[in-house]
Ligand binder design. Structure first.
Ligand SMILES: C[S@@+](CC[C@H](N)C(=O)[O-])C[C@H]1O[C@@H](n2cnc3c(N)ncnc32)[C@H](O)[C@@H]1O
Length: 259
């Protein structure tokens, strides 16, 4: 039995821990506990629940209203790791500045990022977005079409990135990727970057934007980017989507190739 005096001595330590890591507790509560309970109660996936909300709160054909509905849902109802409005503005700016004709997104999830990219693309440009989870992909397909983007503007490819990337040239007729948005599992960032290099689809000036390089983090990817000499890069400091107290960052790489 722990004496009350010892328990009391630990109290300040526990309090410090709780205060220091409160945002991580919030994330755990919203992303894990609430999700688990809602999954059991509704029999739907979190993504399907979000879609039900979106469907009844947006104007079809209006991408902005879809993004706003998702942002509201993720802030007030359940946590989903869309890129979110703050980091999304950086993505918007880079798409507008670079005016890419062929874009690849790795990790579609509910289609939030795809809608965000597609609404800023120049005329005639095309986004290929890759999702390996079939249930997420089914939601994303509906979200993208609800936003008004047809198959010519946004093509959703279902499959794991390491199987899709080697087929992009042959199966999809892609000669060059102007912009790549990496937002799938962080452990895939480095192998997929190397697959992209090997595929010859990156050309001088191709831009790669990688999300969450600080949290959950992609240290091997960042180390490789710094050492390889193949990229000019910068880290944009940010906070985690929908949880402002957790530090995060996005890596913006510009491919320069071997000197
Ligand atoms: C963070 S979410 C993507 C969010 C999305 N980019 C957005 O901003 O709306 C990550 C998604 O990547 C998918 N994913 C993870 N690893 C993948 C891989 N190797 N290939 C394809 N999809 C992957 C997961 O199933 C999940 O739906």
């Amino acid at each position: 039995m722990v004496s009350p005096a010892i328990a009391l001595a630990f109290l300040p330590f526990l309090l410090t821990l709780v205060i220091r890591y409160r945002y991580y507790f919030v994330l755990f509560y919203r992303a894990v506990l609430v999700r688990f309970i809602q999954d059991c109660l509704s029999g739907l996936s979190r993504e399907e629940r979000a879609f039900q909300y979106v469907l009844t709160h947006v104007t079809p054909g209006d991408p902005d209203s879809i993004l706003e509905a998702f942002d509201h849902w993720c802030r007030k109802v359940e946590y989903i790791s869309n890129i979110g409005p703050k980091k999304g503005r950086l993505l918007d700016r880079l798409i507008l500045e670079n005016a890419p004709l062929i874009v690849l997104e790795l990790g579609t999830h509910c289609g939030y990022g795809a809608v965000r990219i597609a609404r800023s693309l120049p005329l005639g440009a095309r986004l290929y977005t890759v999702e390996m989870d079939e249930r997420n992909a089914a939601v994303a397909e509906k979200v993208i079409r609800l936003a008004g983007f047809d198959d010519d503007t946004v093509e959703l490819i279902i499959g794991p990135s390491d199987q899709v990337i080697p087929k992009l040239r042959e199966d999809f007729g892609i000669e060059r990727l102007d912009f790549v948005f990496m937002d799938h599992w962080k452990r895939c960032y480095l192998p997929d970057l190397q697959l992209l290099e090997g595929s010859g689809l990156l050309g001088a000036g191709s831009v790669i934007l990688a999300d969450n390089v600080i949290f959950p983090g992609a240290p091997h990817f960042l180390r490789y980017v710094k050492r390889s000499g193949l990229y000019e890069y910068r880290i944009h400091r940010a906070t985690l989507e929908y949880i402002p107290g957790i530090r995060d960052g996005m890596a913006e790489l510009t491919y320069i190739g071997a000197k």
